[in-house]
Design a protein. Structure first.
Length: 149
């Protein structure tokens, strides 16, 4: 039940957020809309990469069969941790990609709004919000159906 409530709450929030026109936002809010998710995504990837080798090393040091056939030997195979340069490169790429997607959403939003307005809608953002709600509910239904099978 809580999953359904969460899903409906997120769907309603998505529809409500769509009612806000990004062109009306102050420049600082538009910048934060692009930069904050990009920084969060980059930080998350960097943290995951920096700590992922620890759990792999722990698993590798568990008892495992010996390639020569004697069962129960202990392997002390340690995978090297990703280098700081590799972590920075991957995290930076994720951050830049996320920022690019956020920045691209502004002209995409404007284009969809203009398309809906040219189709004759008096309140294009309301129609856009309704569309977001329908898509969210449809995706949720597909996900729930796939879990049932």
């Amino acid at each position: 039940m809580s999953s359904l409530v969460t899903s409906l709450g997120l769907t309603a929030a998505s529809g409500a957020f769509t009612l806000l026109d990004p062109e009306d936002w102050p420049a600082g809010v538009r910048t934060a809309y692009v930069v904050v998710p990009a920084a969060a995504a980059a930080a998350y990837v960097a943290c995951q990469m920096a700590t992922s080798h620890r759990s792999e090393t722990h698993v590798a040091s568990q008892v495992s069969p010996d390639p020569q056939g004697s069962a129960g030997s202990v392997s002390h195979h340690h995978d090297a941790a990703p280098s700081p340069r590799a972590i920075a490169l991957v995290a930076g790429a994720v951050g830049l990609g996320t920022a690019a997607a956020g920045a691209a959403s502004f002209p995409i939003d404007r284009g969809i709004r203009n398309l809906v307005a040219r189709a004759g809608a008096r309140h294009p953002r309301r129609w856009m919000a309704a569309g977001v709600v329908v898509v969210c509910l449809a995706l949720d239904a597909v996900e729930r159906r796939s879990k049932d099978t």
